[in-house]
Design a binder for this molecule. Structure first.
Ligand SMILES: [Zn+2]
Length: 421
């Protein structure tokens, strides 16, 4: 058992003084008392808060940082550069890239990551032996000490009705049955060395309505084991919506609903361009919407109806997506800031709502219990409340002031994690 004490903790947006807690051998919080002095043997901290969940990451997009800003265009122009970045990665270079990224995440205050993964096959589309790319990600998470939900994504078509071409051939599994079959084998491979991959769990994704036809989505909804989180890109661009309505007579949200995928285990990434009926349907289903504000701004995607989605019943989470910025504070402040710009008022989300999106609800959509709660993962970070950025801030509003440089220590599963060298 590991014992900890913090002079101050912000949990669920509430500020607690003098918190003593401990973690069991599995890395879960097994005791919790507030309003106490530091026990003699406890590892002491100043200001702590649960670790943040990065609910939407593509590790290989890290290669694009600082390299696409002279291209102009929009999402679709950027997508060509993204495919080029996927061209030559092999298991060893993928492991190296992902380890560096996951270390950066942990150093910035993310203690869990949902890696939306489809770069899986050799360049000619043939499979690597022994799930080499997936195991490279799992090993990278272990090496970085971060909690990982590997969201293995079904990716079958290059657009609605289009063959996979070029780098896309690395993504495919033929059909939904082929993906489900490989997903089951991957689950067995990841479960086998439980001691090695104790931080890793397998989730699922259907890339988008662009990449999985309705019949495939329905098959995945029916055959994926209950309780497995499933993520999807949803209505990121108006063109995706137009193509979908033209092909199926339905919006992407309606396609997901018809397939049986709307529900509490669904996490819809972006959900930027929705109809009023889409908002009601997503909210009523209890789905999570993963906002990626720095990516959506970088790509010029637009501003989604995050407040309306939350009012309709959706949970919110954040993701770093294309890794243009690794900064959970900036994602949360931008989530609020974009809504202020769109709605022309302040305080669209309360600080507790933002903390919940970054921490408890992000963890939930990755299949984990909320961090730093009794029975949940003992995942937390220590923040510097007196840096040039944070001095004078109220602890419950420090989201709006802090940055990655203010993360002093990161603890995952009760174990301190090293910072980026
Ligand atoms: Zn994405």
């Amino acid at each position: 058992m590991s014992g900890f004490w913090a002079a101050r903790a912000v949990v669920g947006g509430r500020v607690l003084e003098g918190v003593a807690f401990s973690a069991d051998a599995a890395g879960r919080v097994d005791s919790w008392r507030a309003g106490v002095r530091a026990p003699a043997a406890a590892l002491a901290f100043g200001l702590i808060t649960p670790g943040f969940a990065n609910a939407h990451s593509h590790a290989f997009h890290r290669r694009l940082r600082g390299r696409t800003h002279s291209l102009g265009g929009d999402f679709w122009r950027w997508r060509e550069a993204m495919y080029a970045a996927a061209e030559d990665l092999e298991p060893d270079t993928y492991h190296e890239l992902a380890t560096g990224l996951f270390r950066e995440l942990a150093g910035a205050g993310y203690t869990a990551v949902g890696e939306f993964h489809y770069l899986r096959h050799c360049r000619d589309g043939s499979p690597y032996p022994s799930n080499a790319m997936e195991l490279a990600l799992a090993e990278a998470a272990r090496d970085a000490g971060i909690r990982l939900t590997l969201l293995d994504a079904c990716y079958l078509t290059g657009g609605i009705g289009q063959e996979l071409t070029g780098a896309q051939r690395r993504f495919g599994d033929g059909d939904a049955a082929g993906w489900l079959d490989r997903w089951g084998r991957l689950r067995d491979a990841l479960a086998a060395p439980a001691d090695t991959f104790g931080l890793v769990r397998l989730g699922a994704a259907a890339h988008s309505v662009r990449a999985v036809p309705p019949a495939g989505l329905a098959r995945i909804a029916a055959e994926l084991p209950a309780g497995v989180p499933i993520h999807t890109h949803l209505s990121e661009t108006p063109q995706e919506n137009r193509d979908c309505v033209r092909a199926y007579g339905l919006t992407p949200t309606q396609v997901m609903a018809e397939a049986g995928l709307l529900g509490p285990r669904l996490a819809a990434v972006h959900a930027t361009h929705l109809t009023p009926d889409d908002i009601v349907a997503l909210g009523a289903s209890g789905a999570t919407v993963v906002a990626c504000p720095t990516t959506e701004a970088d790509l010029g995607d637009g501003i989604g109806p995050a407040r309306a989605l939350a009012d309709a019943g959706a949970r919110l989470a954040i993701g770093s997506d294309q890794q243009v910025v690794i900064d959970p504070f900036r994602e949360l402040a931008s989530l609020e800031g974009h809504q202020r710009l769109a709605l022309r008022r302040r305080g669209v989300f309360s600080p507790p709502e933002l903390w919940r999106a970054g921490q408890a609800d992000g963890y939930r959509c990755l299949g984990f219990d909320p961090p730093l709660e009794l029975g949940g993962p003992c995942d937390f970070i220590e923040l510097d409340p007196a840096s040039p950025r944070t001095a004078g801030s109220q602890p419950d509003q420090i989201i709006f002031a802090a940055g990655p440089a203010d993360v002093l220590r990161t603890v995952v599963g009760g174990r301190p994690v090293g910072r980026t060298p």
